[in-house]
Every structure is written in C-alpha cells, then in structure tokens.
Write a protein that binds this ligand. Structure first.
Ligand code: NAD
Ligand code: UDP
Length: 318
C-alpha cells in the first residue's frame, strides 16, 4: 500500500489519540502517508496509538489545540474535541474553547501553510431537529443555553469560522457533519449508548435506557466513517461541504439494547432512567449529497459492526 515519495503527504490529525482519530491515523499510515498526531489526551488514550510507536512515519505530540501550533504539514484533519455528553459537559467552558480556539488555531496554521483542512463537525449542529431526515440545508433547532450547548454551539461556530476563512482567505476547507459513530476503541466509560450497552451486558448489569427508549439514532461503523472522511479530504477543491456522514438506517434505543443482548446471548433487565435535557428525539442523516459527490455510502450493517465492537470490548472489560 506504500506511496511514492511524491504522493506521500505529511498529515496532521488533531484528536488523533481518540476513538475516530486513531482509526483515521491507521488508515492514513496504511496509505503510505506520514502522520503527526496532536492530542492533549483529555479523552483520548495512549493505548489507542501504542501500536504505532516505533513506526517511523508516525509522531505523537502532546498538545492542546487551544494553543497555537507551529509545524509544517500538507493537510490537517481537525478532530480534537471531547465528543460524548459526559466528557463535553465535564468542563463546558473548555469544550467551547477547544472547538472555537482550536478551530482558529488550526485554521491559522492552514492559512500559513496554504493547506487543506477538514473539520469534524457533528449532527449536533441540527440540535433536536424539526426536519427529518436531516439534510445539509436544514439550519437546525439548537438550544443556545442548555447543557449540550457548549458542544452544539461551539461546533456551529467552528463551521462559521471555516466558511469565513474560506471566503476571506480562499482557504481550501472540508466540513463533515458526523452522525453517531461507534466501534472498537470507544472509551468504555464515556457514557455513549453503544459502549454503555455493551459494557453493561458484558458485566451482566441492567441496561440503562434513558426515557422510554423510543428516541432514535442512526449508527455508523467507524471504518465506514473513516472512508467518508478520506473521500471528503480528497474531493475536488470546489467541494467544501458541509456534508453529512453517517449511516441512514435508523433504530430506536430500545432496539439497540435488544440487539446487543441478542449478540451477547444475554438476558438482562432494562432499567428506565430519566431522559437527559435537550436529548434529540430522532436523528437520521440524509446522505444523498455524500452519495452524489463523494460516491460514499456506509457498508457495515449494525449487526456486523456491533459484533466487531463486542469482540473489542471483551478484551478490555474486566
Ligand atoms: P474522542 O473523545 O474519542 O476523541 C477526541 C480526541 O480529542 C481525544 O483524543 C481527546 O483527548 C482530544 N482532545 C480533546 N480536547 C483537546 C484539546 N483541547 N487539544 C487536543 N486534543 C484534544 O471522540 P471521537 O468520537 O473520536 O470524536 C472525534 C471528533 O469527531 C470530535 O471532534 C467529535 O466532535 C466528532 N464527532 C464524533 C461523533 C461520534 O459519534 N463519535 C459524532 C459527531 C462528531
Ligand atoms: N442513552 C441511553 N442509555 C445510555 C446512554 C445513552 O438510553 O446508557 C440514549 C441517550 O439518551 C440518547 C441516545 O441513547 O437518546 C444516544 O446517546 P449518546 O450519548 O450515545 O449520543 P447522542 O445523544 O450525542 O446522540
């Protein structure tokens, strides 16, 4: 899979020690590129990248993106930001700083280097959507002052910054709106629904369903998402996005719980807990744009992806 010297790029991945970032780095290295991972290890973990130590094409920088970074690269994937509600609400002011100051710093770096930069935005920019499924021209329904706002609004502001740098400085930008993604290397204690349900099942604990479990999400396996991010980065200069990346097959949270139990051959009680404030009722990406422009659509079914994720958690849950 190696590349010739001319086509080999040096690529910065911020947040590269996290769940999605570490998979993206594996893929970029397999494609023959050099990768620099900048991460402050707030929610990421060295164990996600230990297998890369000793790889001469890989370098880890312990760095907080709220501070400027002076390095030389050809491309930037900006993923640094806590992504799970528990983590991004732990220090909401720092979450906003990470998204907004982090975007300004990385855009500044891209501007100096005149290089392409991709932003990991989120379906949360649509808030609790009143349009279903969500397409990119929907402007969203976001509470600006609630507990999720530090994440939702700062990701919206980061998108604004990306488009202003594009208009004002002719910077080549790519904005991906990522929908719920899951897979190996999710943090086992980050409270997201897929990791919670699998860890609870493996520990033979009750499955915690928030609200009535009828709220929906559409879950994308991480390998599919990484394909989409790379296709977006490699798309034509004119294509900026925003573009939805996610799996359009929608499930209720209760259906997800039943699937995890079935795949683990377990029978456990479902425990109903209060629904967190501003928890979106439904979420499903319209991926027509990604299909048309990137030729991308997800391939891995929820059953297969959940099986692979269970296998991973069997190795980490004690
Ligand atoms: P994650 O928490 O596993 O990874 C985020 C990484 O960013 C971690 O390694 C963390 O240590 C690092 N980080 C946080 N603050 C930082 C800072 N100030 N400076 C440097 N590094 C910092 O989460 P993830 O699921 O891998 O998400 C990656 C990106 O994708 C995030 O930007 C997230 O908003 C976005 N996203 C993820 C999902 C999803 O379902 N996983 C959905 C939508 C968007
Ligand atoms: N959820 C749940 N039980 C859990 C964790 C989450 O029922 O143990 C619900 C949560 O209320 C939400 C959905 O699952 O409706 C997805 O939650 P997650 O935190 O994974 O992602 P997000 O809300 O950001 O989509």
């Amino acid at each position: 899979m190696g590349r010739s010297y001319e086509s080999q790029k040096r690529i910065l991945v911020t947040g590269g020690a996290g769940f999605i970032g570490s998979h993206l780095i594996d893929r970029l290295l397999a494609h023959g590129h050099e990768v620099i991972c900048a991460d402050n290890l707030f929610t990421g973990a060295k164990r996600n990248i230990t297998h890369l130590h000793g790889n001469p094409s890989f370098e880890f920088l312990r760095h907080d993106v709220t501070f400027p970074l002076y390095i030389e690269v050809d491309e930037i994937y900006n993923l640094a930001c806590p992504a799970s509600p528990i983590h991004y609400q732990h220090d909401p002011v720092q979450t906003t700083k990470t998204s907004v100051h982090g975007a300004i710093n990385m855009l500044g770096l891209a501007k100096r280097l005149k290089c392409k930069i991709l932003q990991a935005s989120t379906s949360e920019v649509y808030g609790d959507p009143s349009v279903h499924p969500q397409s990119e021209d929907y402007w969203g329904n976001v509470n600006p002052i609630g507990p999720r706002s530090c994440y939702d609004e700062s990701k919206r502001c980061a998108e604004t910054l990306f488009f202003d740098y594009h208009r004002q400085h002719d910077l080549e930008i790519k904005v991906a709106r990522i929908f719920n993604t899951y897979g190996p290397r999710m943090h086992q204690a980050d409270g997201r629904v897929v990791s919670n349900f699998i860890v609870q099942t493996l520990k033979r604990q009750p499955i915690t369903i928030y609200g009535d479990g009828q709220q929906t999400r559409s879950f994308c396996y991480v390998d599919d998402l990484v394909d989409g991010l790379i296709k977006l980065m490699e798309s034509s200069r004119e294509f900026t996005g925003p573009v939805n990346l996610g799996n359009p097959v929608e499930f209720t949270i209760r259906q997800l719980a039943e699937l995890v139990l079935k795949e683990c051959s377990a029978t456990l009680p479902l425990q109903n807990l209060p629904l967190p404030p501003d928890d979106p009722r439904q979420r499903q990406p319209d991926i027509s744009l990604a299909k048309k422009v990137l030729g991308w659509s997800p391939k891995v079914s929820l059953e297969n992806g959940i099986r692979r994720t269970i296998d991973y958690f069997r190795g980490v849950v004690s």
